[in-house]
Design a protein around this ligand. Structure first.
Ligand SMILES: Nc1nc2c(c(=O)[nH]1)N=C([C@H](O)[C@H](O)COP(=O)(O)OP(=O)(O)OP(=O)(O)O)CN2
Length: 138
């Protein structure tokens, strides 16, 4: 049985390697759908939506109203440091695909109950495009 919940955050980024407009500093209203797959418990719940929110919200909160920057983007790292603005420093370029893998890793590390066998994350950068991947937990 699968259940899912959608989360949303505002975040700036840039893709320094990009030949088009995405090399510029810009932001998105990101959305992600977190889907978990497992056996329902004796109350008929795979996981209480409240519990799912309790696990995922802190990860989303770290990114909300921040600027995601790759540690190799030294020019931008220095600017963000001088601005003393909220940043999320990562070791990858902030493509939707990489953010999706990042979220899967963070969710795995946050820990989900034993009955959850799989987690799937879909990251939407715009209304019209998404990246999605899934992870087996057991
Ligand atoms: N495979 C990927 N392609 C692109 C990514 C990405 O993460 N993975 N990212 C970008 C840019 O960040 C860009 O901001 C988003 O591009 P795009 O979807 O083309 O944005 P638009 O607003 O122009 O498009 P809509 O049609 O409004 O969705 C580029 N490519």
């Amino acid at each position: 049985m699968k259940i899912a919940k959608e989360f949303k955050w505002e975040m700036g980024h840039r893709l320094p390697f990009h030949k088009g407009k995405c090399k510029n500093l810009h932001g998105h209203t990101y959305r992600c759908m977190v889907e978990i797959d497992g056996a329902p418990d004796e109350n008929g719940m795979v996981l209480d939506y409240y519990e799912l929110k309790r696990i995922i919200d802190p990860i989303i909160e770290e990114m909300d109203h921040s600027f995601m920057v790759c540690s190799k983007d030294t020019e931008l790292m220095n600017i963000l440091k001088s601005l003393e603005t909220k940043t999320v420093v990562v070791d990858f370029d902030s493509t939707a695909e990489n953010i999706c893998l990042y979220l899967l890793d963070r969710i795995k590390k946050a820990g989900l109950p034993e009955n959850i066998k799989k987690v799937k994350v879909r990251v939407l950068e715009t209304e019209n495009s998404y990246a999605e991947d899934e992870l087996s937990l057991r």
